[in-house]
Design a protein around this ligand. Structure first.
Ligand SMILES: Cc1cc2nc3c(=O)[nH]c(=O)nc-3n(C[C@H](O)[C@H](O)[C@H](O)COP(=O)(O)OP(=O)(O)OC[C@H]3O[C@@H](n4cnc5c(N)ncnc54)[C@H](O)[C@@H]3O)c2cc1C
Length: 447
């Protein structure tokens, strides 16, 4: 059996490792167009701002280690340019010498990840304008930041906010362009994120939209806004969201789903019986809506890669549906969410979805580091079922607390049941009645 994998990061290498473990005699080969495997994209904002000093610290396992320790052959700097399902082969271009060749597979895994969204007018090519696609971009941004005084960040989502904070920590004067910030959160939490960004020293231009970028005559980059004004930065980082890298799949005639991500079933099988897909290039299944959804996050990518690997080996392992549990830090504020927001719940057909928002101390008022946590729970007013939860507060007060709600939603709990969870109490960690418990109690009372 010959298994080929396209993409050597979270999903691809999780699958490769599983296959190697279960089927030691099979051939497992990975084609990776970059130079690294198993690297932490999530650490990039912290490298860009200097908190992480060495880019290579973001690499978990090198291609050489995979080959030596796990017997997995990784062809770095090899880009798969076509999948030919009729011949069960892929066309691979060796980026070192430009030569292309065909390689046959018995089964194929697409783990090509996501690519940055490129807003019209902000196409790459302007010196000083950067996108984050991989660790090399991080290196280039870090280098540019070392000689810069000002930076413009385009995009108020997770990546834009993290990059803005880290560049500001590094001493740059940062302007952030975006219609809203943290817009996957409820409005009450968005306003907290905006306030924290501004308090942290970032010049945020609310309601702004970047529509063009060009080299500035005095150096750096001039970013043109929809209103006609121009903002100048020694460097510009665009973090305007991502899209699935699904071109290979589309050209091979595979079915695409939500947001053009590769459509897969719960076994990570595509519409072709010999091709699997996993990670940020693929659709996932939402635990609450039971529908296909595109949520590109690291844990599902690793998990679904592993499931694809097991099923390539002949098992029938179902992948865990997702809730989109995620967290973000904006200076002194942590934000976290899981499950559906109120609008998403209503759109998904939960007509009786409502929201309860409470504000509580994260720790007893007398304890150092105590702060206010705002918790929003989204639930069905008629059945009481928890559908989603979000929170904002001190970073050490939300990052793990959101997991209580994620566990409650995974267990299909009602707000009453979630309010009965026994949480831990000691002053360094929480208050007696944890804010999550209070939020669920208040939700239950208001039904
Ligand atoms: C800046 C940043 C911060 C993030 N922070 C977080 C976070 O805090 N928490 C979180 O959960 N998630 C975070 N993410 C998302 C997380 O990194 C991804 O969900 C995860 O990396 C997805 O893994 P993957 O293997 O599916 O795809 P990727 O990591 O994108 O890997 C895909 C690989 O495929 C290769 N490839 C693509 N096409 C080809 C081809 N044709 N031929 C050969 N090779 C190819 C690419 O070079 C790449 O190495 C962040 C992402 C970014 C960019």
């Amino acid at each position: 059996m010959r298994i080929l994998i396209v993409g050597g990061d979270a999903a691809g290498m999780s699958a490769a490792s599983q296959i190697r473990r279960r089927q030691p005699t099979w051939t497992v080969e990975v084609f990776e167009m970059g130079e690294r495997t198993s690297y932490g994209l999530c650490g990039i904002p912290y490298y860009v701002g200097g908190l992480v000093s060495n880019l290579e610290n973001l690499v978990v396992m090198t291609p050489e280690q995979f080959e030596r320790d796990r017997g997995i052959k990784v062809h770095i700097r090899h880009m798969v340019t076509a999948v030919n399902p009729a011949r069960k082969s892929v066309t691979v271009k060796n980026l070192a010498d430009g030569q292309s060749r065909d390689e046959n597979y018995d089964q194929l895994l697409l783990a090509t990840g996501a690519a940055p969204l490129i807003p019209a007018g902000l196409e790459p090519g302007v010196p000083g304008l950067f996108y984050i696609r991989g660790l090399d971009d991080a290196g280039r941004i870090r280098q540019a930041a070392a000689h810069a005084r000002t930076a413009v960040v385009v995009g108020g989502g997770y990546i834009g906010l993290e990059v803005a904070e880290n560049l500001a920590h590094d001493g740059l004067k940062v302007t952030l362009i975006g219609r809203r910030v943290a817009n996957v959160f409820e409005p009450e939490l968005q306003s907290l994120a905006q306030a924290s960004l501004v308090k942290g020293g970032v010049n945020y231009l609310p309601g702004s939209e970047a529509v063009g970028a060009a080299a500035h005559p005095d150096g750096g980059v001039a970013v043109k806004l929809a209103g006609g004004e121009t903002v100048q930065g020694d460097l510009v980082v665009v973090g305007a969201g991502v899209r699935p890298r699904s071109e290979l799949a589309a050209e091979a005639g595979l079915a695409l789903g939500e947001k053009k991500a590769v459509q897969v079933d719960r076994l990570q099988r595509t519409s072709n019986p010999f091709i699997f897909a996993a990670g940020d290039c693929a659709e996932t299944h939402h635990l609450v809506t039971k529908k296909g959804v595109y949520i590109p996050l690291a844990l599902p990518a690793n998990r679904h890669g592993k499931v694809a690997g097991l099923n390539i080996c002949g098992q029938s392992e179902k992948s865990q549906p997702v809730l989109g549990t995620s967290a973000l830090k904006v200076f002194d504020l942590g934000l976290a969410r899981t499950g559906l927001g109120l609008d998403e719940a209503i759109k998904a057909g939960f007509r009786s979805a409502v929201k309860t928002v409470v504000k509580q101390r994260s720790k007893p008022g007398y304890f150092p580091g105590s702060g206010e946590v705002t918790v929003a729970v989204i639930y069905d007013k008629i059945t009481g079922r928890l559908l989603g939860g979000q929170m904002a507060g001190p970073p050490d007060g939300v990052g793990h607390r959101i997991n209580t709600l994620a566990a409650a939603i995974t267990g299909a709990m009602t707000v009453k049941e979630a309010a009965a969870i026994e949480t831990a109490y000691a002053p360094p960690f929480s208050v007696v009645y944890d804010p999550v418990i209070i939020a669920c109690e208040v939700a239950e009372k208001s039904r």
